[in-house]
Design a protein around this ligand. Structure first.
Ligand SMILES: [Zn+2]
Length: 463
């Protein structure tokens, strides 16, 4: 660890947390400790947090009061996880149709952060989070980043697409924070073209970040670009892949190009980090202090170890819009394995998570699927959407409308997308009654006949 990294870790980081009145540092410290607790002790902590959340939701969130009454439960009736499972699941539609009722009345709206999701499944949803949740949401990835060998104060390289998270879109304070504290080098996931990837590669070579964090497919695209162009000498200690499914053969290529291990991470905009791999790579450890995860089979019963089920999460930290038994739209499986690393955090596997593809523009720019989320998450009146690309100069956006739909949404989406695709790209809309799911129950955001063909057309495959 370099001198400057030490100054950041032991000085600046704490100072900044103090200045911002942020609990991020304190929470990270707590997480560093509790990861080594036994599974039983962690479960006890979850239960304490669950009880507090339920009692808050019952007293301050009219939606949950209504739900409790509907199923004939009171707080006193819930004395174990089993009782708690009598509460119904929360679907995306429930949030969309009842957002006002889901916001806790003991929070001031101006103190809350408006957040939203939609990129992975094409089903936009808006919710709020309180400051405490934001601190937890930012603390958990710090713990995971350290599992891959990075430490606070060290540089990161990052391929990311959410404008709000990108420093280049941020204010001066965010830029300053990045410069002295977070030290993240960013490649915009809307800008995956040869020229920008080359520039990014040169920056990484110069600054040698300890870790690289990116969406799975963008990471693969970048690794392939480096290989095809014989660019060597980028030496991170670890790589974190997130946002999309990481296919084994892609993981292999990424690991061989960077000559280090890839650590898979599964998270969502709604709850933050859900689960992630440690250096044993025996599955993903659930971020159990913050999130309670269930796996539910098609018949509604819990999936057993190794069985596939829909992932249902309860966010133990967000009191502003409590998400209790929320069907997040992914599929996974609980694992009964004990990890040799010694952490008590339970393990899970993703059987098929988010698969998204790229949109390819006429100028050969790849636009990453998870990066599209911010373009669509605040659109109202759209129940579901999907990008379909069959030819290079054209993308069709299939839309299932709901009652609140207005033509304005279409105009907005077109202009936002056109900013990244350029004017030559033809964007068409098609209104449909339904967008069929894949066999696994997953909704696919992008269907492309182009991106894989374009990928294999690059230099490396011609030799
Ligand atoms: Zn482990």
């Amino acid at each position: 660890m370099g001198m400057y990294s030490k100054i950041v870790k032991y000085g600046l980081y704490l100072f900044w947390a103090f200045k911002d009145k942020s609990n991020r540092f304190k929470y990270w410290k707590e997480l560093e400790e509790s990861q080594w607790w036994s599974f039983e002790r962690i479960k006890e902590l979850q239960w304490q947090r669950m009880k507090n959340l339920l009692s808050h939701a019952y007293q301050n969130v009219s939606y949950y009061k209504m739900i409790f009454d509907k199923v004939g439960l009171t707080l006193k009736d819930i004395t174990s996880f089993e009782d708690w499972k009598k509460l119904p699941f929360l679907e995306k539609d429930n949030i969309k149709n009842n957002l006002e009722m889901l916001i806790a009345r003991n929070y001031k709206r101006e103190d809350l952060l408006k957040n939203g999701s939609g990129g992975s499944t094409g089903s936009p949803v808006i919710f709020y989070e309180d400051k405490n949740k934001t601190d937890w949401r930012l603390a958990a990835p710090v713990r995971h980043n350290r599992w891959c060998g990075w430490d606070i104060g060290e540089r990161q390289g990052c391929i990311w697409g959410a404008p709000r998270d990108l420093v280049e879109f941020g204010n001066i304070k965010a830029k300053l924070r990045n410069l002295v504290l977070d030290r993240v080098l960013i490649l915009n996931a809307y800008e995956l073209k040869d020229e920008s990837m080359y520039k990014f590669a040169m920056k990484l070579k110069r600054c040698q970040p300890t870790m690289i964090l990116a969406y799975a497919n963008a990471l693969y695209l970048f690794a392939k670009f480096l290989k095809d162009n014989k660019i060597e000498g980028i030496k991170p200690i670890g790589i974190i892949s997130t946002g999309e499914v990481l296919y084994p053969e892609r993981r292999e290529l990424i690991e061989s190009v960077f000559n280090c291990k890839v650590f898979n991470r599964y998270g969502s905009r709604e709850v933050g980090l859900v689960a992630s791999e440690c250096s044993e790579h025996k599955g993903m450890h659930v971020n159990a202090e913050n999130v309670y995860v269930e796996f539910v089979k098609k018949d509604g019963t819990p999936a057993l170890y190794g069985e596939m089920g829909e992932i249902v999460v309860t966010d133990l930290c967000n009191y502003a819009t409590p998400l209790i038994r929320y069907k997040i739209g992914d599929v996974g499986s609980p694992s009964g394995e004990i990890c040799p690393c010694g952490r008590g955090l339970p393990l899970m596997e993703m059987i098929e998570g988010r698969t998204s593809d790229f949109i390819v523009t006429p100028e050969n720019k790849f636009i990453s699927g998870p990066g599209l989320s911010p373009l669509i998450m605040d659109l109202t009146g759209i129940k579901q959407l999907q990008f379909v690309q069959k030819e290079k100069g054209k993308v069709i956006i299939k839309i299932v409308k709901d009652d609140a739909f207005q033509e304005e949404e279409i105009r907005m989406l077109r202009s936002r997308l056109q900013k990244y695709t350029g004017e030559i790209m033809q964007i068409m809309f098609e209104f449909v009654d339904d967008i069929p799911k894949k066999q696994s129950g997953k909704q696919q955001l992008i269907i492309s006949d182009i991106s894989m063909k374009e990928l294999s057309r690059t230099k490396g495959n011609e030799q």
